[in-house]
Ligand binder design. Structure first.
Ligand SMILES: Cc1cc2nc3c(=O)[nH]c(=O)nc-3n(C[C@H](O)[C@H](O)[C@H](O)COP(=O)(O)OP(=O)(O)OC[C@H]3O[C@@H](n4cnc5c(N)ncnc54)[C@H](O)[C@@H]3O)c2cc1C
Length: 410
């Protein structure tokens, strides 16, 4: 009976296990995770749960009984510490050996941490896990004075949740506007204005020099210009890095993630990777990309499972993510990193935060974002697919809300 081992018991890993069984695999499945919780989804940690509106049990991928019912061996609180791809062996917690016929790496990401003086003080925190979310929620409910370092998606969501709990919030972004540079200045300004309207105090273009504290607890941050900002809770959202330690140990190719082909296979025929940790050849986009988003874990896990079963797989989902902040809901689909597009075309009312934006290069749509406008994702993704296969839009029609989106194609 073949043994398939999945390292990383989160969304991608759990969805892969589910698909293996759904596709009729009747061998042994072992799902190994270093966290002590069974697989869960992370988006609610900075949204519904952090707002105190959604219970944690809604975040779990499967109910507790599912694993036994589907004969999936769930090894929690257990870290894979070494990989010997030649002997098909994974070492667990430095001791136990587990041999596999096929191995899936779904080890996800780890948060980047701050290295300024005082970053070790109690009250300087990060958000990736349920434990961390529980602690943060408790502190927000206590009315902490919050400082958010970094104004990416997670930083802004935490800032929004903190304001909704009534906490005073200062955000120290890395740049002169919030969000990754790739979204462009106008979209960055929309999110800045949203948070300013809800009482967030931004200190733009100002790094943190150090944190100061009393009795081991953070009390304030000192910015680069010497300004002191009081804070008894600091949440740093300064990015993540792929958790490639096991792939490194196994001598697999790693280049901003575990390198795979479009079937999520590494160069080693029995090792696969999916979710945040995979840097995969994207058939539509035509380059190797790594996607740090929920839908890539949701869909990449099943794709990797089918590949492990020997089915033909060409994983070509359009990258997609979403955010919810205050009364703003947003979805984004496509691939338009900084420098890859030459204009951003808007349709709708940007000032009222009800619009669609498109990142366009040479008339081809690379990505689209709908803000407080719904039921347009299929059309946006169709335009992105058309764009990456060389079809151009008429930008005047694209920006005109009275023209159906699909009719914007030339
Ligand atoms: C607070 C928060 C909010 C988010 N909100 C959104 C959102 O709104 N929209 C969106 O699209 N995306 C969002 N994301 C991103 C999304 O959650 C991730 O893309 C997704 O979790 C990736 O899933 P994954 O299964 O690939 O990896 P992960 O969720 O990172 O899970 C990997 C698991 O593997 C474990 N692991 C790692 N190494 C080992 C090892 N050697 N041995 C055993 N176990 C190991 C880790 O501990 C972890 O449990 C959010 C993320 C966070 C943290």
């Amino acid at each position: 009976m073949p043994t398939f081992v999945i390292i990383g018991a989160s969304l991608a890993g759990a969805k892969a296990a589910e698909t293996l069984r759904a596709e009729g695999f009747d061998g042994r499945i072992v799902l190994v995770g270093e966290e002590t919780e069974r697989p869960y989804e992370r988006p609610p940690l900075s949204k519904g749960y952090m707002l105190g509106k959604e219970p944690l049990d809604k975040a779990f991928v499967h109910d507790e009984a599912w694993y036994a019912e589907h004969d999936v061996e769930l090894m929690l609180g257990c870290r894979a510490t070494n990989l010997d791809a030649d002997t098909h062996t994974v070492t667990l917690d430095g001791v136990a050996k587990l041999t596999y016929d096929k191995l899936l790496l779904a080890t996800g990401s780890r948060v980047r941490t701050l290295s300024v003086p005082g970053a070790e003080l109690s009250g300087v925190r990060y958000l990736r896990t349920i434990d961390e979310a529980e602690t943060l929620l408790e502190r927000l409910r206590d009315g902490s004075q919050v400082l958010v370092v970094g104004a990416g998606w997670i930083g802004l969501e935490v800032a929004g949740a903190a304001r909704e709990h009534g906490c005073p919030v200062t955000v120290v972004p890395v740049r002169s506007l919030p969000l990754p540079r790739g979204v462009g200045d106008r979209v960055g300004a929309v999110f800045r204005d949203l948070h300013v309207a809800h009482g967030v105090d931004f200190r733009f273009g100002m790094g943190i020099r150090e944190f100061g504290g009393s009795g081991g607890q953070v009390t304030h941050a000192v910015l680069e210009d010497g300004t002191e900002v009081p804070a008894d809770l600091v949440v740093a959202g300064v990015g993540i890095r792929p958790a490639t330690e096991l792939a490194d140990a196994g001598g697999l190719a790693v280049d901003n993630g575990v390198v795979t082909d479009a079937a999520l296979r590494t160069a080693n025929p029995d090792v696969y990777a999916c979710g945040d940790v995979a840097s995969f050849e994207h058939p539509l986009i035509g380059e190797r990309i790594r996607v740090e988003h929920w839908s890539n874990a949701l869909n990449g896990g099943p794709a990797a499972a089918r590949s492990m079963l020997g089915q033909p797989v060409s994983y070509d989902r359009v990258p997609y993510f979403f955010t919810d902040q205050y009364d703003l809901g947003m979805e984004y689909a496509g691939w338009a990193p900084h420098g890859s597009y030459d204009s951003v075309v808007f349709r709708g009312d940007v000032a009222a935060r009800e619009f669609v934006a498109f990142w366009v290069k040479g008339g081809r749509v690379l990505a689209g974002m709908n803000v407080n406008i719904w039921d347009v994702q299929d059309d946006i993704q169709a335009l992105v697919r058309a764009g990456f296969t060389g079809h151009r839009v008429d930008e005047t029609r694209l920006s005109d809300p009275s023209v159906p989106l699909r009719d914007a194609l030339q």
